[in-house]
Design a protein around this ligand. Structure first.
Ligand code: PA5
Length: 475
């Protein structure tokens, strides 16, 4: 991989269109509004930065403390690339969305369809659902004899992942007998959960998810680094981008000198003004699934019923994913003229890794001919700027993060920017950013419905819930 020039690959955060000078006093944020929350901003900075990599903020240290692990990951990936034709991730939520996002961002957009000698690495699938049609479709297209499965679960207990695990182990045992264990890599907690016990019993190669790293903050540990390395992605450059963003995020408690802190401050002010929706809209297909990853990070971290003192706050901002330019022909009408309840974040890419020229032609059709002789990248970025202008004109809060190019270094910065922004906003809201009691409730109800031991009280609670009436069901 060619060395990435860091100076030319710094991502930029442009918040002009969040400000009153640009979108007007009614909707826009004034510098005095930022000054008014400065003690909240300083407290948030202090709590996140002082905490550093401790507690549930282990993810902040990942770019600094994984030299040995990265060595092992690269060695293991080399082996997988040499000996396997397919690599399948089994996992859900934070154990799947990061690998999907990084794959889409840094590999060929039709990677699996490329011939092996162009692809160089194995075909790649991430199974993040338990739809039976999907599982059987996967088994229709892969040959388990040449497939490595990476089972990823922090808790080692998630029903979806463990059911996938059971299905795959059964298929592997039938196909390979005693050799099945050499087709499984486990990524899980060092001590807790069932997967680590199974990994020890069966002798799976195992990578650990550090204790202070929760699912949605885990892309930069073996959860994401192993699949990335198997795909031939330069994981050291990814970590280097993240490292430089952590340094920026720790630099100053003055938001004008701190990109993640300013991003968080603006969102905090917007949320307090009823901007309940955060639209993430990359203008690049390669970044499409970054929006999915962001939705989990933002939604699960900030959507909380109570603050740290137990007071009801019902905090959060609903994340919505969109794709430029595709959603200009679907959602932008709403964003431009609907309720004033959103902050729209564009992700722009300055230079695409491939360009396509729109050829000359149709000179008799000036309404089409004006496109000729331009690149598709120029058209896409022009449309992004035009959309930004249209939103600004209609007084809609929007901001733009620009990546000079999509590569490991810029992607590492982007992922860390969003993680830090989330942590800063969580601290400003005085909530627990790192738990997910709402997700646990659904998990526990599933266990109870399946009659799992230890969930009898939950089962009784569910059984005593008011039964549904047919009066409200129509055929
Ligand atoms: O962010 C989180 O902690 C969750 O969304 C988890 O990623 C998700 O529930 C999967 O959990 P696990 O990795 O324990 O299987």
């Amino acid at each position: 991989m060619a060395k990435i020039n860091k100076a030319e690959n710094q991502i930029r955060f442009d918040f002009n269109n969040m400000m009153s000078d640009y979108i007007g006093a009614e909707e826009g944020i004034r510098e005095s509004d930022i000054a008014a929350v400065s003690s909240k901003v300083k407290e948030s900075f202090k709590s996140v930065v002082d905490q550093g990599g401790a507690g549930w903020q282990g993810w902040m240290d990942l770019p600094f403390n994984q030299d040995e692990i990265v060595k092992d990951i690269i060695e293991t990936a080399k082996d997988v690339r040499k000996n396997f034709k397919t690599f399948v991730v089994l996992g859900i939520g934070g154990s799947a969305l990061g690998p999907i996002a990084v794959f889409q961002a840094l590999c060929h957009l039709h990677y699996n369809e490329l011939p092996q000698k162009v692809r160089k690495g194995p075909k790649f699938y991430v199974e993040d659902n338990i739809d039976p049609e999907r599982m059987s479709a996967l088994l229709d297209v892969i040959d388990v004899n040449t497939t490595m499965f990476n089972v990823i679960t922090k808790s080692g207990a998630t029903s979806e992942t463990m059911s996938q695990y059971l299905v795959i182990i059964d298929v592997l045992k039938k196909a390979l007998g005693d050799r099945f264990a050499s087709h499984v890599i486990a990524t899980t907690d060092r001590e807790k959960g069932n997967l680590i016990k199974l990994a020890k019993k069966e002798g799976f190669k195992t990578f650990y998810i550090p204790s202070g790293v929760g699912g949605r903050f885990s892309e930069l540990c073996p959860v994401g680094l192993l699949p990335a390395a198997v795909l031939g992605i330069d994981v050291k450059a990814l970590l280097s981008g993240a490292r430089d963003m952590v340094k920026k995020g720790k630099k100053s408690n003055n938001p004008y000198k701190n990109m993640p802190l300013m991003a968080a401050t603006l969102q905090y002010i917007a949320m307090n003004r009823g901007k309940n929706i955060s639209v993430m809209m990359p203008y690049a297909d390669s970044l499409k699934y970054i929006a999915d990853w962001y939705c989990q990070l933002w939604g699960e971290s900030l959507g909380k019923a109570v603050d740290k003192e137990g007071k009801s706050v019902f905090a959060g901002q609903t994340p919505v994913k969109a794709l430029g330019v595709t959603d200009q022909h679907s959602q932008i009408q709403l964003y431009t003229e609907g309720p004033f309840d959103k902050v729209i974040t564009f992700i722009a890419v300055e230079k695409f890794r491939k360009e396509v020229m729109i050829p000359e032609g149709l000179s008799d059709f000036p309404d089409v001919n004006f496109l000729c002789g331009n690149t598709m990248g120029t058209l896409l970025n022009t449309e992004r700027r035009a959309t930004e202008y249209a939103l600004q004109k209609k007084k809609r809060l929007n901001r733009t993060i620009t990546l000079p190019e999509v590569n490991e270094y810029t992607l590492g910065q982007l992922l860390m920017l969003f993680m830090l922004e989330t942590a800063f906003v969580g601290a400003m809201l005085n909530i627990d950013t790192f738990n997910q009691p709402g997700v646990e409730e659904g998990k526990n109800a599933t266990y109870a419905m399946f009659g799992r031991k230890g969930y009898e009280a939950k089962k009784a609670e569910l059984d005593s819930a008011k039964p549904k009436t047919d009066r409200y069901v129509i055929e």
